[in-house]
Design a protein around this ligand. Sequence first.
Ligand code: PEP
Ligand code: MN
Length: 266
Amino acid sequence: MKLQLNIQPLNTWLNINNEPLIISGPCSAETEEQLLTTAHLLAATGKVSVLRAGIWKPRTRPGEFEGIGSIGLEWLKRAKAETGLPTAVEVANAKHVEEALAAGVDILWIGARSTVNPFTVQEIADALKGVDIPVLVKNPVNPDLQLWIGALERINGAGITKLGAIHRGFSSFEKSSFRNEPMWELAIQLKTLCPELPIINDPSHICGNRELIPYISQKALDLDMQGLMIESHVDPSVAWTDAKQQVTPAALAELAERLTVREPES
Ligand code: PEP
Ligand code: MN
């Protein structure tokens, strides 16, 4: 069985500043200063093609920081104006989509906790009908390839052809050195079913700690994934979310310098 998706190649809709494609920025936008400082430092590395920041954060338990909300869209707008970096945010419902589109966000992504719910994905797809914007779909939290495929089909069915998948690993009951098991075979199966679908690896949410990120990043590139989404923060030690896995812009630049991209086979 082949997966029939109508997809435009990544390099036709994304300006990649430097190989490999790196999308980076904080797990959460916290303050305007934190976002702008991080964005400027990332832009100065010359290694980053897209600025990411979560402003609506789906937290596992209540009582935690749930994102700065719509005001973060203004900060992203300013970060883009000052650095020239296109911006990406997570959307989890139709209202998020409408607000992000109105604010001129360049790329939307669907988080792992949303991909698991076909009603949520369909609501997002319906809000995207008639809109031309890139959308990246993270794998669901559980290792269910069909759910991931179903979400991609729903978004593509809404007419989104600038489409990609993000491999962020899968939740497991087993004790592991990873926060989310990579289960590479699921991403490989997706690639086999639909070779034209860009797959971007998210080593930050796979690893859950900074130390393992270089290893997972290189492995993803060795498996021909088309880019990396890596969380970064001007001062990770004080980050409001995912503090252990965020890297400084300087560390990101060093990591990017060390990665090797395989030459395409001729
Ligand atoms: C995130 O990107 O910060 C995030 C919440 O990721 P995920 O949906 O992969 O858990
Ligand atoms: Mn995060």
